[in-house]
Write a protein that binds this ligand. Sequence first.
Ligand SMILES: N[C@@H](CCC(=O)N[C@@H](CS)C(=O)NCC(=O)O)C(=O)O
Length: 214
Amino acid sequence: MTSPVATLWTSASTSGTLAHMAVAYAGLPVDVRFISLRGGEHQTPDYLAINPKGEVPALQLPSGGTVTELPAILTWVADMAPASGLLPPAHPQRAIALSWLAWCHLQMGRSFSVAFQPERMVDGDAAAAAVLRAASIKRAMAALEFADRHVAPDATLMGNGRITAPDLFLALLASFAGYLKLDISGLAALNALMAKVFGEPAIAAALAKEQAAG
Ligand SMILES: N[C@@H](CCC(=O)N[C@@H](CS)C(=O)NCC(=O)O)C(=O)O
């Protein structure tokens, strides 16, 4: 690799996968380092010095500083690789693409993440966690149905003939459906978007690396 423009700290098959997909699709020379959440590596002093939030993904810049939060990381990737088309260069298209990124991020935090780990929200109360999990799964499905209705005929959210960062985010959220046992087989437009995103050779290669790492 030519000298890396950043180090991406992530963990295989997590929301960090989205950052990995984006740097791979953009063809950016980023050093991708996997840490184990299960092994508690996100809580070590060394990692907390990089990202005090104790979360992945985190993008450590050689000039100093760390970028966290997926919409910010995706914006950085898009701006570092404008030819990738990951974000439209001009408004209003750019603002609309950013709206989709913000929406996907909100859905991830309030529905998908809660569905995966409801007990964290209710201090381990098993009965409350079961109720919360069921409600979050319903909201996750409603979000995917909403997105399905907004996929353009070219199987992208922006409909500009290019894959953009919101497509990567939505494809990742949709890929969580399997883990949550959601049946999305009837969401044809969403499935077409997933096929388009996951059919990209650079993205398929990044996912294969995640499998090997994880
Ligand atoms: N707000 C963060 C959230 C990322 C996130 O939820 N990361 C999870 C993995 S999917 C994490 O690092 N969790 C740490 C933990 O489980 O303690 C972002 O958008 O990047």
